[in-house]
Design a protein around this ligand. Structure first.
Ligand SMILES: Nc1ncnc2c1ncn2[C@@H]1O[C@H](COP(=O)(O)OP(=O)(O)OP(=O)(O)O)[C@@H](O)[C@H]1O
Ligand SMILES: [Mg+2]
Length: 236
């Protein structure tokens, strides 16, 4: 495991005394594209929250580049290179697009970079957060996290509720982000087809545990397994 950047070792975690995740072992390599698939309530958001320090870790350890980060607050983990794009998007509705980006900006990050990735946000830069469409809000949530210069990007169901054309645009941005291999991208999705086309490796979650792990391509070729763990309506 010498080339892993993020390791979860025998992690049990949840909210307060409640255990949601059970015995999770997860290893993310530098530059890797990992898909995390599972139905509603499987524990996907809790997994990302545990990596970021937003849940209660009961057992086990979370390590970044080999160092335990279990005791670090979320903002410290962010400063060390972990960036979460939350499922709830969490943009500041009362601030403009540009103000949202400036509030998150760190180091040598630039607005130009965000606007090059999302030209739509440049057009909308003076608009308030609450004036944006769902797709634009998601773009802003992603751009805002990128302003913190993450080495590992955790995306929590970024395609949820968005039109197919917007989903395609976002997937192409994720391709760009992962292209040079300098960032690891962890993509949590119920849109299994898109996520598995993007990822090289995948895990399946159910009831707070990892129930399958392997090459994304192998999962794509196993619609029965996907149906069992993501449910009806999945085109594998
Ligand atoms: N803040 C919380 N307090 C207590 N229990 C919670 C909390 N958030 C989630 N849970 C519970 O933890 C379990 C896993 O939830 P989680 O949000 O991680 O699932 P998920 O896979 O992200 O689902 P979805 O696809 O709907 O986003 C569920 O049983 C849920 O009810
Ligand atoms: Mg979730």
């Amino acid at each position: 495991m010498t080339d892993t950047v993020l390791d979860l070792v025998n992690v049990t975690a949840g909210y307060g005394p409640t255990h949601v995740l059970r015995g999770i072992d997860l290893h993310v390599r530098a530059g890797e594209r990992l898909a995390v698939i599972g139905r509603n309530g499987a524990g996907k958001t809790t997994l990302l929250g545990t990596i970021m320090g937003l849940t209660k870790l009961h057992e086990g350890s979370v390590r970044l580049r080999g160092q335990p980060i279990d005791r670090l607050a979320p903002f410290r983990r962010n400063a060390l290179g972990l960036g979460l794009v939350p499922q709830t998007r969490d943009i500041f509705a009362s601030l403009s697009v540009e103000e949202n980006l400036l509030a998150a900006m760190r180091g040598d990050a630039s607005l130009d970079e965000a606007y090059a990735l999302f030209p739509r946000l440049k057009e909308r830069r003076r608009n308030g957060g609450r004036q944006l469409s769902g797709g634009e809000q998601q773009m802003l949530a992603i751009a805002r996290t990128l302003m913190t210069r993450p080495e590992i990007i955790l995306l929590d169901e970024p395609l949820e509720g968005l039109a197919p054309v917007i989903c395609e645009q976002l997937m192409s941005v994720f391709e760009d982000l992962a292209a040079d291999g300098s960032r690891s991208v962890v993509l949590v999705e119920q849109h299994a087809e898109a996520a598995l086309a993007f990822a090289t490796r995948a895990i399946l979650m159910a009831n707070g545990a990892v129930v399958w792990e392997g090459a994304a391509e192998d999962l794509r070729r196993n619609p029965d397994l996907l149906h069992r763990h993501v449910g009806v309506g999945v085109e594998a």
